[in-house]
Design a protein around this ligand. Structure first.
Ligand SMILES: Cc1cc2nc3c(=O)[nH]c(=O)nc-3n(C[C@H](O)[C@H](O)[C@H](O)COP(=O)(O)OP(=O)(O)OC[C@H]3O[C@@H](n4cnc5c(N)ncnc54)[C@H](O)[C@@H]3O)c2cc1C
Length: 438
């Protein structure tokens, strides 16, 4: 039986190991941390948004769409859900976002580990890989601080630089470069943004619905103000474009915020004018009492050049229009983003043109495969990054297993005699729509 080493027990590495072992290969995972799947455990705030029923090409960024779709089609969402169901995980979908029925990311990790164990995959933790070399044309040598492992194929699934406390410290990039690969510069994606205007710090801790536009892209959702700028899923979705723009050409990027997206500027102006015309002695700040959270009123008035204590009846139509503009079209300046540590994923990574588009086998070092976030693919927030990890892991694992295993009969298959398992050892009973719990 041929030996395959998987570097990294993250989402894509575990899927790769399972897919390779189902082809009958002898698989060992080398994981640098003391435990597997540390990042998986913190996904979706500990609930793990493991995929999304809505799959469109624009949910994935980085490498060209044809490459990404070619890999995703090998392990699409229905196959992903059927796979997880088969290994013991029930899932629920809310608005297309899929979570484990338990509501716990640990359940996803647990079923993956049980499947690895069932297939006889060896998992060695605290084994950080420091070099991948070739002993001869066919045999790899994978070096850790304490050991040298020989293998017929290596699957590099070491992740990116995002959230390095979970183990993905960027060493995967160095390993890939050591094998002859080049990188699209890795940068943060899905990350909080820093805002230059200091007065916005007064809003820190506040959450509100907002429509945010940046570099020609607009997103609507819950905005979170922080002590350095803005955050929340709505900001994560746009952050990649700000990071790219900052890297490419400028030291700041303008961002427009509509802090009351449910109402038009005309409606808001009419509402404020009506309250002003009551002439009941209320202050400018009181004018916003039922419009914005209390914490936001005074800073926004000041940004519009209005003292919060000014009598509302003294505000001219032009001043009210300025205030409406400040609420509906607030323009701020993005001056940077939080660090890789606060980023959920990285954009950039190993150039997709350096791997085979059907198998993810390296074109620089045959027998080496690359998966997951290490490649120059990133997804939007909403389960897309894990879907990429599952699909790329499956693709590489299956390809490596098929290429290096002549012992398909060794496949430990609890489905013996059942027609419900395909040639990859994966279930063919596709997930049926309508079986999710709301
Ligand atoms: C806070 C947070 C929340 C997220 N939530 C979601 C979500 O809900 N849905 C979603 O789709 N995506 C989410 N993501 C993104 C998703 O988790 C990643 O895209 C995905 O885990 C990437 O999988 P991977 O296998 O490429 O890398 P990782 O999961 O990062 O796995 C890489 C593994 O390789 C190991 N490793 C690294 N270097 C070495 C080495 N030299 N030797 C040995 N081992 C090594 C690491 O320790 C790690 O275990 C989230 C990310 C974060 C940080």
């Amino acid at each position: 039986m041929k030996k395959i080493i998987v570097i990294g027990a993250g989402a894509s590495g575990m899927l790769a190991a399972i897919a390779a072992a189902r082809q009958g290969a002898s698989v060992t995972i080398l994981e640098g941390m003391e435990k597997p799947g540390k990042k998986l455990l913190i996904t979706g705030s500990g609930r793990c948004n493991l995929t999304n029923l809505r799959q469109e090409p624009d949910c994935y960024r980085g490498a060209d769409a044809a490459f990404i779709q070619g890999i995703l089609q090998q392990f699409p969402v229905d196959k992903t859900l059927a796979f997880f169901r088969e290994i013991g995980l029930l899932t629920c979908a809310r608005d297309g976002y899929v979570y484990p029925a338990t509501g716990q990311a640990s359940s996803v990790l647990e079923v993956l580990l049980l499947e690895l164990k069932r297939l006889g995959v060896k998992l060695k933790c605290t084994e950080k890989v420091t070099a991948i070399t070739k002993k001869d044309r066919f045999l790899f040598c994978v070096q850790t601080s304490g050991w040298k492992y020989e293998a017929d194929a290596v699957i590099l699934s070491a992740g990116s630089r995002a959230a390095s406390a979970t183990g993905s410290d960027g060493s995967g990039y160095a390993l890939a470069e050591g094998c002859g690969h080049t990188l699209v510069t890795p940068r943060e994606a899905l990350v909080p943004l820093k805002i230059r205007e200091g007065w916005t710090r007064k809003l820190s801790g506040l959450r509100m619905q907002a429509a945010i536009s940046l570099e020609g892209h607009t997103e609507t959702g819950e905005l979170q103000w922080t002590d350095t700028g803005i955050s929340g899923i709505v900001v994560f979705q746009l952050s990649r474009y700000a990071v790219c723009a900052l890297a490419a050409h400028t030291s700041f990027v303008p961002v427009q915020l509509d802090l009351l997206p449910a109402f038009s500027a005309g409606e808001l102006l009419a509402h404020l004018s009506k309250l002003r015309d009551l002439q009941d002695g209320r202050s400018a700040e009181n004018l916003l009492a039922g419009v914005l959270a209390k914490k936001a009123a005074a800073p926004l008035l000041q940004a519009a050049g209005i003292s919060p204590l000014t009598k509302a009846e003294g505000l001219s139509d032009a001043t009210l229009r300025r205030l409406v503009g400040e609420i509906k079209q607030l323009t701020l300046t993005v001056s940077g983003c939080r660090s890789f540590e606060q980023a959920q994923v990285c954009q950039g990574g190993v150039r997709h043109t350096e791997v085979h588009p059907q198998t993810l086998e390296s074109l620089k070092m045959p027998g080496l495969y690359l998966t997951g976030e290490l490649l120059d693919v990133d997804g939007a927030c909403g389960g897309y990054n894990l879907q990429w990890a599952w699909a790329s892991g499956f693709t590489a694992g299956r390809a490596a297993g098929q290429k290096f295993s002549s012992t398909r009969s060794a496949l430990p298959d609890r489905h013996t005699g059942s027609p419900a398992v395909d040639a990859d050892g994966f279930p063919v009973n596709r997930h049926q729509k309508g079986t999710y719990h709301a």
